[in-house]
Design a protein around this ligand. Structure first.
Ligand SMILES: Nc1nc2c(ncn2[C@@H]2O[C@H](COP(=O)(O)OP(=O)(O)OP(=O)(O)O)[C@@H](O)[C@H]2O)c(=O)[nH]1
Ligand SMILES: [Mg+2]
Length: 309
């Protein structure tokens, strides 16, 4: 027998295993750990005053993301939001737990008028936000627009975002492969989703559905023929939750960390020994800095993560 047979070559090509090692068991380990700890996901709704943000928070929780029981006396009007408010629900489906936190914010600007274009304030707000979080724009109160107006508004927003270099989720730069690109292009075509919010249930064909009752019928928020709320929910929860979290961690948090490290380095006087001031790594920093990298230096050029152009 060749005595070198069990040696692992340092390159990662052509490595053959002589016997079962059990690598596949790592999947079971991950599953068990995830079932135990569950997922966490944080969402924040922002926008002009009176757009329907608080209603959307309720819609998300009462839609199939989590069915929340409502009493017959559930009639109260949603008051104007005056401070930041977070609601957390632990949702469980087939043994998988998810802690979903939705943060509602007070609206900015005046109460909405019926002008459907993005104003410089909206564009600047989105431009700044898109550098620190994943932004998923939506057209609120889509039931107040005709189908033509919806389509025109959508096109206009897509054009404005492009013209102002605002990169919303899913960002083209972060498509991992051609399959991702094909799937994400379909989503990008549909963004911003035209959604309708409602926190009341109505009886439709013997079923209770979330919707807005009008003189002409009920606009069902979970009916894809009525609005694009189901697309939004599926993107956030069913298809892209992990990707949203990964981009938040690897891109947004990383650039925030770099910025803070740079700021602290600038703020501290130069060390008498001629070294850069040494930062005591916090637990989070330790986590990121595990390995051979020099943890005392902020990561800049050599960052292995995507950075914003
Ligand atoms: N037609 C229609 N009205 C909606 C929709 N969503 C919310 N509304 C109504 O719009 C009004 C304002 O809704 P809110 O959810 O309080 O709006 P908000 O964005 O939280 O407002 P602020 O807290 O002041 O920023 C309420 O009367 C809602 O019933 C929608 O999808 N369609
Ligand atoms: Mg509100």
């Amino acid at each position: 027998e060749d005595p070198t047979r069990h040696r692992c070559p340092s390159s990662n090509v052509g490595l053959e295993l002589f016997g079962y090692v059990g690598i596949e068991a790592v999947l079971d380990q991950m599953r068990i750990k995830t079932m135990k700890t569950g997922f966490e996901f944080n969402l924040m709704v922002v926008g002009q005053s009176g757009l329907g943000k608080s209603t959307m928070v309720n819609t998300l929780f009462k839609s199939k993301v989590s069915q929340k029981p409502t009493g017959p006396d559930y009639e109260e009007r949603i008051p104007k939001t005056v401070q930041l408010q977070s609601v957390t629900h632990v949702i469980e489906e087939k043994g998988v737990k998810m802690k979903l936190t939705v943060t509602d914010t007070p609206g900015f600007g005046d109460q909405i008028n019926n002008e459907n274009w993005l104003r410089p304030l909206d564009l600047e707000f989105m431009r700044r936000l898109s550098k620190i979080v994943n932004v998923v724009p939506v057209i609120a109160k889509a039931d107040t627009l005709t189908l033509e107006e919806r389509a025109e508004f959508k096109k206009r927003i897509q054009k404005d975002l492009k013209a102002h270099g605002i990169s919303v989720y899913p960002q083209e730069d972060f498509d991992d492969n051609s399959d991702d690109r094909i799937l994400n292009n379909k989503i990008r075509d549909k963004i911003p989703f035209a959604v309708v919010g409602a926190d009341k249930e109505h009886q439709v064909n013997g079923k209770r559905v979330l919707g807005r009752k009008t003189k002409w019928g009920i606009i069902e928020v979970e009916n894809p023929a009525h609005c694009e709320f189901p697309l939004l929910r599926d993107l956030l929860i069913r298809s892209h939750l992990q990707d949203l979290k990964d981009i938040t961690h690897n891109v947004h948090y990383e650039s925030y960390r770099v910025q803070r490290l740079n700021e602290s380095n600038l703020a501290l006087p130069p060390s008498p020994l001629g070294h850069s001031p040494t930062l005591l790594p916090s637990p989070t920093l330790l986590e990121v800095c595990s390995g051979t990298a020099d943890c005392t230096q902020p990561k800049t050029e050599s960052s292995p993560f995507h950075t914003w152009p």
